[in-house]
Design a protein around this ligand. Structure first.
Ligand code: SF4
Length: 337
């Protein structure tokens, strides 16, 4: 969202979608969109957001009096700023006040984490720089420290839904059909070529399910031409094996760490990939490709840990923990090469 779109948020603009067991799995926010829209007063639009953004809006709602119409009105105790909708200038002013506050706090407490000057002067931060910084990282370092390893890793799915999910073009159904074909072909290829190469806690279960799937589909080789037949097989005898880049999920609800509350009303519970805990879950099987992708991730983290300038200490420690956990996992599951 752009600055202007955020500034038009009103109370009650977020919505939380719940799965069959009452667990939140998706959050949306509604405001006015300006870019590319013909109406200069904006057009109502809905975006998919992450849980932290939804929580931030809830906090903002509590900060404003109940009668407020816009969430980004200036806080009433800031008499210096004019009442009314917050302007770009006042946002930037507040952000720079935060920098001053942080630096004064660090100075008072002898902490090193100040926001440094640039060329001898305080950096003048603007909201536009946040968007550009994020775009820079996503475009140039999709598997890198920020975009890959921390919170942005799942937003690809959410962003896809943000764009495709509101479309009337039928594009979403097409994508889902393609995904079913891809999954079917992947499963057949696994059953044909790799069922004896699997490792990890759910390897034996995966092998049994894949053999059964192969027998039921009756597809020769691994090319699927009859999507209806595939849908029928999935509807009656879905092996519930979900191939992924880093792990193959052999779904069993009782052991699924991504579904700690189980399923209350769902006809067919599914894994929750956004909450996957691949290094701990007992539903994980590894193909040789999965193991190689995981090992490459550990190597990438290792490289990033040695990068200069040094990463912030908390980020460094978090990435080091992740690298070590991946390597331990590969050694214990037999996936290490
Ligand atoms: S935590 Fe991951 S591997 Fe385990 S069931 Fe969920 S999606 Fe599958």
């Amino acid at each position: 969202m752009r600055d202007s779109e955020i500034k038009h948020l009103r109370p009650g603009s977020t919505r939380t979608l719940l799965d069959g067991s009452g667990r939140p799995y998706r959050w949306t926010i509604t405001s006015l969109a300006f870019k590319g829209e013909h109406d200069p007063s904006g057009t109502p639009a809905t975006w998919i957001i992450g849980a932290p953004a939804a929580r931030a809006v809830t906090v903002l709602e509590r900060l404003q009096p109940p009668s407020t119409d816009l969430l980004f009105r200036c806080l009433t105790h800031r008499h210096r700023l004019k009442p009314g909708a917050m302007t770009l200038r006042s946002s930037n002013e507040l952000i720079n006040h935060v920098i001053t506050w942080i630096n004064a706090y660090c100075h008072r407490h002898g902490i090193n984490d100040i926001i440094p000057d640039v060329n001898g002067s305080p950096w003048n931060l603007t909201t536009r720089q946040f968007r550009r910084t994020l775009a820079w990282y996503i475009a140039r370092r999709p598997g890198g420290v920020i975009a890959g390893a921390i919170q942005y890793r799942h937003l690809g799915i959410q962003m896809f839904e943000g764009y495709a999910g509101t479309s009337d073009s039928g594009f979403r159904a097409e994508v889902e059909a393609e995904q079913a074909i891809k999954r079917g072909e992947h499963l057949l290829a696994l059953a044909t070529d790799h069922q004896h190469d699997l490792s990890g806690p759910a390897a034996a279960e995966a092998t049994a399910r894949l053999a059964d799937f192969h027998q039921r589909t009756g597809f020769a080789g691994s090319v699927i031409t009859d999507i209806r037949r595939l849908h029928r097989v999935f509807a009656r005898h879905d092996p519930e094996v979900y191939p992924g880049t880093y792990v193959t999920c052999v779904f069993n609800l009782d052991k699924a760490l991504c579904r700690p509350h189980g399923a209350s009303h769902e006809e067919r519970p599914r894994p929750a990939p956004l909450d996957c805990q691949p290094l701990e879950c007992r539903n994980v099987a590894l193909t040789p490709g999965n193991a190689a992708a995981r090992a490459a991730e550990a190597d990438r983290l290792h490289e990033q840990l040695g990068a200069r300038p040094n990463l912030p200490p908390a980020l460094h420690a978090s990435l080091a923990r992740r690298r070590d956990a991946i390597r331990r996992f590969l050694t214990t599951t037999g996936g290490a090469t």
